[in-house]
Design a protein around this ligand. Structure first.
Ligand code: UT7
Length: 321
């Protein structure tokens, strides 16, 4: 069995920026409330007609460029999203056609904010077992399309964007471990209705994000703490070995609580929530790309990635970058 490593990262954010002050004009909220409770200051919103795959294509091309990999050499595409362009074909297949990765396996994973972690874990296994040589792993969302703009408790949180990584087979370990989990018993705390079963449950008929935020907050903090311990224990590593925490960007207070559990100063945490809001499956690869491109994350650094989202689902990855 070989290993997989991250050969390159990329990301893309829509041009339009919506600030907290813009939101103040749209609903009964304030910049102060949003910053104090979430850390968010601004977020990007897709243009009319700009789709999840449009964003993903820009991020994927950037990651392929960074990796020096031609689209024709990609043989596996794992695409995490909860806002697909269509019911089918899946976003991975749509992206495959755009890029010209002919014959590559392509599928999407629908685990909300953990979508990228699930996609990464699956792609890592295919590369390690020799069933894929170069994999494109995507997290991309247009959450603005499933945001209830009349619900201030969620409308100020969610946003659009895309992140991508290219994995390739390697001699030395890159991705050291991944762990995935879910607990469907929390399904009513965070969901988006409007699916095919909507007719049988009027409460779930609306295709908008619905969240009991304070409950999700508590579960996220305790779950992510355990997830960090699991990732480190599986590799017999002490928390002091981690160079960078690259967390899901839902709420600065959740990120700070996770960093505290790891005894990590915030200087070693990549935070983009202030500029990106919560981009669900896109948030971790977006944060990773920001950290790589601004020079903080360097080759050889030990990275701890984590995400938590609707389902509930969660996952972690420990990576020697
Ligand atoms: O990514 C997937 C996982 N998602 C998460 O991890 C999100 C987890 N949850 C959170 O981040 C936080 O719970 C929120 C940011 C969503 C909410 O923060 P909170 O501190 O838990 O606030 P709350 O929901 O308990 O609401 C506190 C107050 C309420 O008013 P009352 O009842 O105390 O009078 C809300 O009505 O804040 C009010 N409120 C707002 N006020 C101004 C709720 N939303 C807003 C708003 N602007 N946008």
């Amino acid at each position: 069995m070989t290993h997989s490593r991250i050969a390159g990262t990329g990301s893309y954010l829509p041009e339009k920026v919506l600030t907290n002050f813009d939101l103040e004009k749209m609903m009964d909220t304030s910049d102060q409330w949003i910053r104090e409770r979430t850390g968010i200051e601004r977020r990007h919103i897709a243009a009319s007609g700009e789709t999840t795959v449009d964003l993903a294509e820009r991020a994927a091309r950037a990651a392929l460029d960074a990796a020096g990999v031609r689209p024709a050499d990609v043989d596996f595409i794992a695409f995490g999203t909860t806002t697909p362009d269509m019911v089918f074909p899946n976003c991975g297949a749509l992206l495959q056609a755009r890029l010209g990765c002919r014959g590559a396996a392509a599928f999407s994973v629908e685990t909300a904010c953990s979508g990228f972690m699930y996609a990464l874990s699956i792609a890592d296994k295919f590369v390690r077992f020799g069933d894929a040589r170069r994999a494109l792993v995507i997290g991309a969302e247009t959450l603005s399309r499933i945001t209830d703009w009349g619900d201030r408790s969620t409308a100020v949180l969610f946003a659009d964007g895309a992140g991508a990584v290219v994995l390739e087979a390697a001699e030395a370990p890159g991705i050291l471990s991944t762990h995935l989990h879910a607990d469907g018993s929390y399904k009513d705390l965070l969901y988006c209705g409007g699916g095919l079963a909507a007719g049988s449950d009027p409460a779930k008929a609306r295709r908008v994000i619905t969240m009991t935020g304070s409950e999700v907050f508590k579960i996220a903090v305790s779950t992510l703490g355990r997830a960090m311990d699991e990732a480190l224990a599986a590799n017999a590593l002490d928390r002091s070995a981690v160079d960078w925490l690259v967390p899901h960007q839902a709420n600065l207070r959740i990120i700070q609580a996770t960093a505290r559990k790891l005894d990590m100063p915030m200087e070693r945490v990549i935070t983009t929530v202030q500029d990106h809001g919560n981009t669900s499956a896109a948030s971790v690869p977006l944060a990773l790309d920001v950290g790589v491109r601004d020079g903080r994350i360097k080759r050889g650094d030990l990275l701890l990635l984590e995400a938590f989202g609707g389902g509930v689902t969660w996952g972690s990855a420990l990576i020697r970058y």
